[in-house]
Design a protein around this ligand. Structure first.
Ligand SMILES: O=C[C@H](O)COP(=O)(O)O
Length: 343
């Protein structure tokens, strides 16, 4: 198993996606990744050429941008694929309820109509710490918007394993339909792939019917090869999504890390037929960044991944910037930076 970012598919530029704004905000993937046995030889054989990754990302930046005519549809797709997140020490039930109100109505009905949305637009999920899961579940009741909980001693993931597993179970019992788990980085950093596999498999078992996103903390893994190997191990252990970052590392989501993870997802799909989702998270705050990730996603994994079932942004600030962009499209005037503060 090897990645070959040095030979990317031809770059067609971002052909306008019939984004179907507001489409399918159901947060549940159509089928889960059952996982496989740990293929240690396959993991160890995986190597990534960092220079080739960099050159692919440079080429992407130089390609033509998403055409102005279809930017609103792409940006509404970004909203539909967002896990609207608050993960702060001073989170309160009131803040989470306001965030949930924003998740239910990320753009005004008038704006949605003017932008051509075919059905009501919502975010895919609201992502909170365990202690606020019940508040979010109540606030989102009847909407179909999932509550995602960060569990397993987020963000460092260094609490005792039984406590991390218990935290997952508690979040599921409280109503979380999605669980974002963090890996023990030391397992990846010491090439202890079997320990990493066992840990993630135990997390998956504790998740039960809740879908599991595995956070690799790519900024702490040291090399793209290690990112690719960790992503593969996570998928073999049953990850429904692989996610870049907690938002708390010094380096969070990056396009190079995203490319490496998308290629790992592609490899895994080719080997098993399972379509694992991808979630870039941490530090993604602008509409232009969101478009860059969506273009990369479309080129690397194809349009069938451009759905909340297989793609999410983990973001606390992104929605505000997308709103400003869409407002500019509609009014021709720039809103003040704090006009769309929440989200
Ligand atoms: O999982 C999501 C991240 O924690 C969000 O990070 P952010 O606050 O930098 O957008």
């Amino acid at each position: 198993m090897s990645q070959s970012p040095e030979s990317p598919p031809p770059n067609p530029g971002p052909a306008p996606a019939p984004a179907g704004p507001g489409a399918a905000t159901s947060a549940r993937p159509p089928a889960r990744n059952p996982g496989t046995a740990l293929d240690l030889a396959g993991v160890q054989a995986t190597r990534v050429n960092a220079a080739a990754v960099a050159s692919r990302i440079t080429a992407l930046a130089a390609a033509r941008p998403v055409a102005a005519a279809v930017r609103p549809a792409w940006l509404m797709r970004a909203i539909a694929c967002t896990d609207l997140t608050t993960l702060a020490g001073d989170d309160t039930p009131g803040r989470v309820r306001r965030l949930c109100a924003k998740a239910r109505l990320p753009l005004s009905p008038e704006a949605q109509t003017a932008l051509g949305a075919h059905r009501p637009l919502t975010t895919a999920a609201v992502c909170v710490y365990h202690g606020l899961v019940e508040t979010a579940v109540r606030a989102l009741d009847g909407t179909g918007i999932a509550v995602a909980a960060v569990s397993t001693g987020f963000p460092a993931g260094l609490s005792p394993l039984p406590l991390r597993i218990e935290e997952i179970r508690a979040s599921v019992a409280a109503g979380a339909r999605e669980i974002d788990v963090v890996i023990t980085r030391a397992h990846a950093l010491t090439d202890n792939w079997s320990a990493l596999y066992d840990e993630i498999a135990a997390f998956r078992d504790a998740c039960g019917d809740a879908h599991m996103k595995v956070i690799l903390a790519t900024g702490e893994l040291g090399s793209p090869t290690r990112v690719a190997r960790a992503a593969l191990v996570a998928m073999m252990a049953g990850a429904d999504f692989v996610k870049t970052s907690t938002g708390m590392e010094k380096v969070n989501a990056t396009l190079p890390a995203a490319l490496v993870m998308m290629r790992a997802i592609r490899d895994y799909h080719a080997r098993t037929g399972a379509r694992v989702g991808f979630k870039p998270a941490g530090g993604i705050g602008s509409a232009d960044e969101a478009l860059a990730y969506l273009v990369l996603l479309r080129e690397e994994l194809g349009p069938e991944w451009m759905t909340p079932a297989r793609f999410r942004f983990g973001a606390s600030r992104l929605l505000g910037d997308i709103e400003r962009h869409l407002d500019l499209t509609l009014t021709g005037r720039h809103a003040s930076p704090d006009h769309f503060a929440l989200g």
